[in-house]
Ligand binder design. Structure first.
Ligand SMILES: Cc1cc2nc3c(=O)[nH]c(=O)nc-3n(C[C@H](O)[C@H](O)[C@H](O)COP(=O)(O)OP(=O)(O)OC[C@H]3O[C@@H](n4cnc5c(N)ncnc54)[C@H](O)[C@@H]3O)c2cc1C
Length: 648
């Protein structure tokens, strides 16, 4: 590769140390190979562009010479999305590092894509603001990487995933540069850019929604007898629209292992010792190797020693609204069987919330691997998803789980597991686990993206969208140089059968026909005690397109038909298995849609409230009507309404 003409146009390095530094991300399979002595594929060179014009020149040059470009944020991805190739140039984006200004009126901040997450939060904090996007990797991931892989942070139940926070982006593609969202002129490619992992272009700058630094934080731990009763509490909180900022449930093994509650706090660190002791009574010589080499036995032992689980719940924001929401939340959790453990478990977690994931290296050094898997589904499917994936992983590795991203309609599960450091075991585990998630109708990625790891599984999940992607790819990247092979491998469309209208009262969603007349549809829902969350005057098909408020999920899933065939988009609250195109399909293509509901009855408050009053009080409207009225529902609605009244 002749780099002479390129090196005069932008900073470029062919030094081994620079190429090695960006050769791979933190995909545990890569770490496992590295630990066994295999060097990753190195890129031919690394470039460090500082401005869009340099990136554009680079892309024109790369297209002309047929050289692949691999965007690289901070390389904290865990699926092998940013991987070096000897025929490629890796584009390190960390020199896109400017932050500001803040737009106070619209509550957004401009930030360049290469800024490390913690630097953004520190900069905002000094000015009294925050994004509150708080992935565990906030110290080692970039804002552009968050957008490209649809990241989720620890406060996602209140503030949404990062894709919910992006108001606009600047993108450079091989066909030219453009704005998205609020910066779009003409066609908006925004939804395509969120989740396509650099395969369509490079995000250079973003406008990110921000919130005033929360004045008040309320955190508490609760002990539950079992996981299903804690799920019930979480679901009730979300569906009561109480918007907790933190909701983290640890399954019994995770609770016991990490000592999450005060009851077991001191004992937690002794867990492995106890486990080894019990195991060594059975197989003395194997005592040290047991945690990794006999996963089924260890999982059984862990189950037998673990009992009960811990939920951490928290609210934050202005004192008045936080107090109202947390009082109702505290009551509901206790009514559902949660035993109050006081603030300590929550405060303890909060203080260490970015530390836990960095402690895994000794497992690789010791000849094992550790990894995580994040999946999500509707509440109705959660028990089956938990059981099946846990069983699938448990055949190969020691496994535990927590639940830390909950939505009105569903929840994600985060499995953590450790096994023997053998690539064949690693690959078999992931195949079984992804198949298990798929079999339940879950998304195979909630926030880690796709990369190489989930390419086939995510490809199957979004198979119906692949032809649309190919069209966009041809327009934005006609030479196919951007992160080749990352998203949408060719996958045959699985057959889809249509089913009749149905209400899922647990997940609070309904599967509906888009052309059903409004009175018939609404009457049928009302007979069962429900109404549409987003009321529509006519058939739903007429209300599907158009701008969508951030954080709102008007369509949870669908069956659609386009010229290439009929396909299903799974009903999940949030995913990271590629871009979210649910509300971008042509309205005529929908054959069935799954939409959110509300329960009839219960407390509600309605009135006209300026947006900035809601923002100041940090109150989220349940629904905004076309005539400007705002509706708040749930047990806290009357008190929140009073609070709004006092502002007038
Ligand atoms: C210890 C640890 C904890 C983690 N915890 C979380 C967590 O809590 N939540 C979570 O969501 N994730 C988590 N992750 C995963 C990871 O941090 C996220 O996927 C993150 O979004 C990746 O950001 P990055 O800047 O490191 O991107 P990279 O890994 O460098 O890249 C990710 C993908 O995005 C592309 N890309 C990067 N920048 C751009 C850009 N500007 N334009 C276009 N494409 C781009 C790359 O080509 C690649 O395909 C964790 C990872 C680790 C190692």
């Amino acid at each position: 590769m002749d780099l002479t003409s390129l090196s005069s146009r932008l900073p470029l390095s062919t030094a081994l140390s620079d190429r090695l530094a960006v050769a791979r991300d933190l995909w545990p399979r890569g770490s496992l190979s590295f630990a066994t002595g295999q060097l990753p594929s190195l890129p031919a060179a690394v470039v460090f562009p500082e401005e869009e014009a340099q990136l554009q020149e680079l892309m024109f040059w790369a297209a002309e010479h047929g050289v692949p470009l691999i965007p690289y944020g901070a390389g904290s991805g865990v699926c092998g999305a940013a991987a070096g190739r000897p025929d490629a140039i890796t584009v390190d984006l960390k020199r896109f590092r400017h932050i500001g200004p803040i737009d106070v009126e619209n509550a957004t901040v401009r930030v360049q894509a290469g800024v490390i997450g913690q630097h953004l939060e520190d900069w905002l904090e000094q000015r009294g603001w925050a994004t509150r996007h708080s992935p565990s990797s906030i110290w080692c991931s970039t804002v552009g990487g968050w957008a490209a892989s649809r990241s989720a942070g620890q406060f996602s139940s209140k503030y949404g995933k990062f894709e919910d926070m992006v108001a606009a982006m600047r993108v450079v593609s091989p066909s030219g540069s453009f704005g998205t969202g609020a910066w779009a002129e003409g066609e908006d490619f925004g939804p395509w850019m969120l989740g396509t992992e650099g395969a369509l272009g490079i995000i250079t700058e973003l406008s990110v929604r921000i919130v005033p630094l929360p004045q008040h934080r309320w955190l508490r731990g609760y002990r539950f007898a079992d996981v299903p009763s804690a799920w019930e509490a979480m679901r009730t909180l979300l569906q009561a629209e109480l918007h907790p900022a933190v909701l983290r449930l640890y399954d019994p093994v995770d609770t016991r292992l990490a000592g999450k509650d005060t009851v077991h706090h001191k004992e937690g660190s002794r867990f492995w010792k106890d486990l080894r002791h019990r195991a060594s009574e059975l197989l003395p010589q194997q005592a040290l190797a047991l945690p990794l080499s006999l996963p089924r036995l260890l999982n059984r032992l862990a189950d037998s020693m673990a009992s009960g689980c811990v939920l951490i719940a928290g609210w934050e924001g202005p004192l008045e609204s936080t107090s109202i929401l947390s009082v109702h939340g505290h009551r509901i959790i206790q009514e559902k069987g949660g035993v109050d453990l006081g603030p300590e478990p929550g405060e303890h977690w909060y203080g260490a919330r970015h530390e836990v994931s960095y402690k895994l290296a000794p497992i690789f050094i010791g000849g094992g691997f550790a990894d995580t898997m994040e999946v999500a589904c509707l509440w109705k499917d959660l028990p089956l998803l938990y059981a099946r994936v846990r069983q699938a992983i448990g055949r190969h590795a020691v496994v535990m789980a927590h639940f830390s991203h909950a939505y009105r309609e569903g929840c994600s599960i985060y499995f953590t597991f450790a096994g023997v450091g053998d690539l064949a075991i690693y690959d078999a585990l992931w195949k079984d686990a992804l198949d298990a998630a798929d079999s339940v109708g879950a998304t195979v990625a909630h926030h880690h993206g796709v990369g190489q790891l989930k390419q086939q599984a995510a490809g199957r999940e979004l198979a119906g969208l692949a032809p649309l992607y190919q069209q966009i790819k041809k327009r934005l990247d006609p030479s196919g140089i951007m992160n080749p092979g990352r998203i949408f491998p060719p996958v045959p469309l699985p057959p889809v059968t249509l089913s009749g209208p149905a209400v899922d009262p647990i997940s609070l969603v309904a599967n509906l026909l888009p052309d059903q007349p409004a009175d018939q549809r609404d009457g049928w829902l009302a007979d069962q005690g429900f109404a549409l969350r987003f009321p529509a005057a006519g058939p739903l098909r007429e209300h599907l397109s158009g701008p969508q408020a951030p954080w709102e999920t008007r369509i949870l899933g669908c069956v659609a038909r386009l010229p290439h065939g009929r396909f299903r988009i799974k009903s999940v609250p949030r995913s990271a298995a590629g871009p979210d195109l649910r509300s971008l399909l042509p309205p005529s293509s929908y054959e069935q849609i799954v939409v959110p509901l509300v329960r009839l009855g219960g407390d509600r408050w309605e009135g006209e409230v300026p947006e900035n009053t809601l923002r100041k009080l940090d109150i989220r409207a349940s629904c905004r009507h076309a005539d400007g009225r705002v509706e708040i529902i749930g047990p806290a609605a009357p008190e929140l309404g009073d609070l709004i009244g006092k502002q007038k």
